[in-house]
Design a protein around this ligand. Sequence first.
Ligand code: CIR
Length: 264
Amino acid sequence: MPLAPLPPAACLVRAVPATYTACLRTSPVAIDMAAAREQHASYVSALRETGIEVVTLPADDACPDCCFIEDCAVVTGRHALATRPGAPSRRGEVPPVAQAVARWCEVHPMEPPARLDGGDVLRVGARLFVGLSARTDAAGADQLARVAERDRLAVVRVPVAAGLHLKSLCSLAAPSLLVHAPSLDPSPFRAAGLECVETAEPAGANVLWLGDRVLVSGHAPRTAELLRARGLAVRVVEVGEFHKGDGALTCLSIRVPAVGGWTT
Ligand code: CIR
């Protein structure tokens, strides 16, 4: 029986470390730590409002990027891949995340030298679109494909020429609706039956579908309007301090699919 699109059974998040201002980022604009903590708490509330169980892992101050937990594991169903992030400074983030994910599924470690960040993986039904980016290589996509096969998912490789991750450029606003940046060629997604709408707002390309609503960044008001006009229930979340660290909505959680369902 095909899996149905369902809200996640649970979300795993990781607290903001005291060292967050030292995270990897392309722009040196000042980060406000108090605001970052407040925004993280609002993000967690927005997840909890839906009734989803949220599990919070403690921060690790030795890992300034650890709140971007999505990059550390990809849950495919009964199985998960504990990644080997593309940035060497982020590899210490993975062991506690892998341990936490093991509550729901069998976790498979990624073997070096392959590299993959969860931000490069977009789930759509029985497919995992995997961005080949500065952080994720072909060997990483191959290792994910081997784990995904166990849950009968197929990997579709997509080049990511600009931008940090595939999901910096596109994400699902609804099970069959992709929002994407102008720089992303949507043809592989159209070929998979998705309707694709472009947004010119950089923060608008990363939204988070949660079943009865979609989270949209406060930095993407036009995207929020576009999705409302399509009848979607939009929940705006302020994550500006995480945009400063090159992150967005999806990267702040790992979504565990419900039994019999898939989630993005
Ligand atoms: C990094 O450069 O790795 C972090 N500062 C941002 C990671 C964002 N992750 C994501 O969008 N999945």
